[in-house]
Design a protein around this ligand. Structure first.
Ligand SMILES: [Zn+2]
Length: 321
């Protein structure tokens, strides 16, 4: 027989349990369901596109890897999305494909969540030097025009967050049920580009070695070599099977941030054609200031859009160095 006391006790438990369920439901419903910001590429590997270089990720039951960190604001959005997927497990590796600010600017956001930040051995030096140049340039810049917003202040060298785990030529380690390998093929987009292969998924993060159908950034102070870049792309193709999917650092407005070996060949051919074109202009006796003013697309590459002074100037400087 149930006494009144027992009845009250079990009723109170039932009400408490119901209240807990209700609170849990309310909590789940109170935050509007975030759209899934993580796009699956294949297997356990996918992308996040916010602002800056495309972020790659690998998530399985035992491991979490993030490749590149964009800028602080989008890094936080990406980290939140990864944490939602992993119940905030520790990130085994944040990898930096290279030192540029649109790939490393969010390192500080990922730092507390990541066991290690992995990059090519040249990356911390290149990152520090780029920060020094940016601070000097900001110091020497003319004041903004009246009414114009001030340019954002560069992040000084001592406030940059640097990779703490470095590799020279190759690096390979299991991450959960996946195997991640990194390789440095030589100077290309910068002097420290890592190519990251998720072997089982057969997906490669190629960083800024691919600007899919848009004018590339060529960073001579950061160690770029246009000729080397074309050769590096051939090396990557030789190392990977025909059905590898590649993640690109950047893409033109109407082009995807992932693709296949045909896209790498387009990037190689673009770089080769750029050097050929500028070499011809130099041979024709044109001075630098004339050569860099051309704004038509490079012949045969209309998708890349108009040539720019920076791209042409970099090609000129490489050919005349
Ligand atoms: Zn870059």
């Amino acid at each position: 027989m149930t006494t009144r006391r027992q009845f009250l006790h079990s009723s109170a438990l039932a009400i408490a349990a119901t209240a807990l369920d209700w609170r849990a439901l309310l909590a789940a419903g109170a935050s509007p369901r975030q759209p899934d910001l993580l796009t699956l590429v294949r297997g356990t590997v996918g992308t996040f596109t916010g602002r800056g270089g495309t972020i790659g990720w690998h998530i399985d039951a035992k491991s979490v890897v993030v490749v590149d960190s964009q800028f602080p604001a989008t890094a936080q959005t990406c980290l939140d999305a990864v944490n939602a997927r992993t119940q905030s497990r520790t990130i085994d590796y944040l990898v930096n494909t290279h030192h540029h600010g649109d790939h490393t600017g969010g390192n500080g956001v990922f730092r507390p969540a990541a066991r290690k930040i992995l990059a090519h051995a040249n990356v911390p030096r290149l990152q520090r030097e780029a920060a020094e140049r940016a601070v000097a340039a900001a110091r020497n810049a003319p004041p903004p025009a009246p009414g114009a917003p001030p340019a954002p202040a560069p992040v000084p060298p001592d406030q940059q967050v640097y990779a703490d785990t470095l590799f020279q030529s190759t690096w390979r380690e299991p991450v959960g049920d996946e195997v991640m390998s990194l390789k440095y093929y030589g100077a290309a987009h910068t002097g420290g580009d890592a190519v990251i292969t998720f072997e089982k998924a057969n997906v490669v993060h190629a960083g800024d070695l691919i600007f899919n159908r848009r004018q590339p950034v060529i960073d001579r102070p950061g160690g770029s070599s246009i000729a080397g870049w074309a050769t590096v792309l051939e090396g990557i193709l030789a190392d990977h099977p025909a059905d590898t999917i590649y993640i690109f650092g950047h893409a033109g407005a109407n082009f995807p941030a992932t693709g296949n070996r045909a896209d790498l060949l387009v990037q190689r051919d673009y770089l080769t054609a750029l050097l050929e074109y500028v070499r011809g202009e130099i041979k024709a006796g044109k001075p630098r200031e004339v050569i860099v003013k051309v704004t038509e697309p490079l012949k045969g590459f209309p998708d890349h859009g108009p040539l720019t002074e920076r791209v042409l100037g970099s090609a000129f400087d490489e050919l005349t160095a």
